[in-house]
Design a protein around this ligand. Structure first.
Ligand SMILES: [Zn+2]
Length: 142
């Protein structure tokens, strides 16, 4: 699943790409192979400007009005965007997060966290002390 949002800037067309990758290429000692994965990748490029690595999208604390446009959001620290661009990017990110593969991955993470929590609770009941990392039953604090 890959979605591109394009908008016009004074320097040219800017493109924000949201990609849910379900497999990726890895290098096995020189042999390229494909393995399953589940990653959401985002990047932003703008004609005439180098690719920005920081593609984190957030709302501006205060909107900026320039040349008849109102900017309400930002990508990284350097690119500001209008509401329509912000909404389109957020829709694309939501679509990736609503993909069954992504939801399944989140479920697995949640289940793992639950099991780790249960295990730590049981260890503490048995006298495990997270401060010294042994079953000291609190003796290290005595
Ligand atoms: Zn201890």
């Amino acid at each position: 699943m890959k979605k591109e949002i394009k908008w016009e800037t004074s320097k040219g067309i800017a493109t924000y790409t949201v990609e849910l990758k379900l497999e990726k290429e890895i290098n096995l000692d020189g042999d390229i192979d494909t393995v399953p994965c589940c990653e959401i990748n985002t990047r932003v490029t703008c004609q005439g400007i180098n690719t920005y690595l920081d593609s984190w999208v957030s709302k501006l604390n205060e909107k900026i009005e320039r040349n008849g446009k109102t900017y309400i959001g930002k990508i990284g620290q350097k690119i500001v965007i209008e509401q329509s661009t912000y909404d389109a990017i957020m829709d694309a990110i939501d679509a990736a997060k609503n993909h069954p593969a992504w939801i399944a991955k989140k479920e697995i993470i949640k289940q793992n966290e639950k099991e780790i929590d249960e295990l730590s609770a049981k260890r503490r009941q048995n006298g495990y002390c997270p401060k010294c990392g042994s079953y000291c039953h609190g003796d290290c604090q005595a």
